[in-house]
Design a protein around this ligand. Structure first.
Ligand code: DAH
Length: 341
């Protein structure tokens, strides 16, 4: 029986023009391109034809099928577009409304304080030295003149790992030994920022993880006057040039003599308020002249070299500057806290 492929295509295209939705379109696809569609059925008879007719028949059949397929793709695209427009018109989406503005990111308040500290010490010639968070017991304690069983270790209980003597550092001070051993006998002027860890009760004032910024200067004629001058200049740059400062004697095993530095309370300007606990002063860092034993452990001969060191908590300073009452906000990941800065 002769097959009229032109008629099959013509009927298919006529039916397609009437298909006006995705449902009708799918029914059309099954009827006109599916397994029992006329064009497919005709192509299925190819094997029964005399050999000499097969080639021409197959060609015409494939052309017809391709014509229907092309028409289908075009119709499908048209229907999709029409349905999309209809949905947009019917739905609540107002495509002419202005876009929603993205919230701008900002730096974490601690990062901002850290960057100010870096800039101030950078201008005074201090380099940033990155030291490791994971330390040995020796670096964290013994080499800093805190022997095993020394009661000072009670102040710095830490996290231990399963490897013997490998701990998370409780302060940035072990970095002092690393720089000294690396740079000896060169003079040193570095700050060592980084995270510290302590095994403590988490409260509004103390977390188990916090930042410190350590400082170290080693040279041949460094005195307590250099320490006081450097740290006073730092406080003036960070808190304002009028702010008063004072040093109080204190004790740290790795410095001798040791001191704490206070700045005049910038909340009440020294009058006394809840932030400074009515004292008029805020404690911002510990400092001192590097202990001869520590110098020696770093490779420096204490008869020739001297130096000063200091350590501060930038989060505590940030809390004072912004009257933040709870240190836990820093890592609680609450954008409402962060958006205030
Ligand atoms: N490492 C001390 C602490 O965590 C802080 C400190 C005090 C560091 C005095 C120093 C220093 O370098 O001289 O409490």
């Amino acid at each position: 029986m002769a097959v009229d492929f032109d008629l099959i295509v013509a009927e298919g295209l006529a039916a397609l023009a009437a298909a006006d939705g995705s449902g009708a379109l799918e029914r059309w696809r099954v009827a006109h391109l599916g397994r029992s569609a006329p064009v497919m059925a005709a192509l299925g008879t190819l094997g029964a034809l005399p050999k000499e007719d097969r080639r021409a028949f197959g060609q015409r059949g494939n052309q017809a099928r391709q014509a229907l397929e092309r028409a289908y793709e075009e119709a499908a695209a048209r229907v999709r577009q029409a349905e999309l427009s209809r949905d947009l018109e019917a739905g609540a989406v107002d495509v002419t409304a202005p876009g929603r503005r993205r919230g701008r990111g900002r730096l974490h308040p601690t990062t901002r304080t850290l960057r100010k500290i870096y800039a101030i010490f950078g201008e005074m010639g201090f380099q940033i030295y990155r030291s490791r968070d994971v330390e040995t017991d020796e670096y964290n304690f013994s080499l800093l003149n805190i022997p095993p069983h020394h009661p000072a270790r009670d102040m710095w209980d830490t996290f231990y790992t399963t490897a013997p003597n490998v701990i998370l550092r409780t302060h940035t001070s072990p970095g002092q030994i690393h720089v000294m051993r690396e740079r000896c006998p060169e003079p040193i002027r570095v700050i060592l920022p980084g995270m510290c860890y302590r095994y403590e009760q988490i409260t509004a004032r103390s977390d188990i993880q916090f930042y410190q910024v350590e400082g170290l200067a080693i040279g041949r004629r460094i005195t307590m006057a250099d320490l006081k001058g450097t740290l006073t200049a730092f406080a003036h740059a960070l808190f304002g040039s009028e702010v008063r400062t004072r040093f109080r004697a204190d004790h740290f095993p790795f410095t001798e003599p040791s001191a704490e530095m206070d700045v005049e309370c910038f909340v009440c300007e020294g009058q006394g308020c809840p932030v400074c606990k009515q004292s008029g002063w805020l404690e911002i860092l510990g400092c001192g002249m590097v202990h001869p034993v520590v110098l020696q452990n770093g490779g420096y001969d204490p008869r020739e070299f001297s130096g000063f060191a200091f350590g501060m908590g930038p989060q505590r300073i940030t809390m004072l500057m912004h009257k933040i009452e709870d240190i836990r906000y820093f890592f609680s990941n609450d954008v409402r806290f962060l958006e205030q800065f």
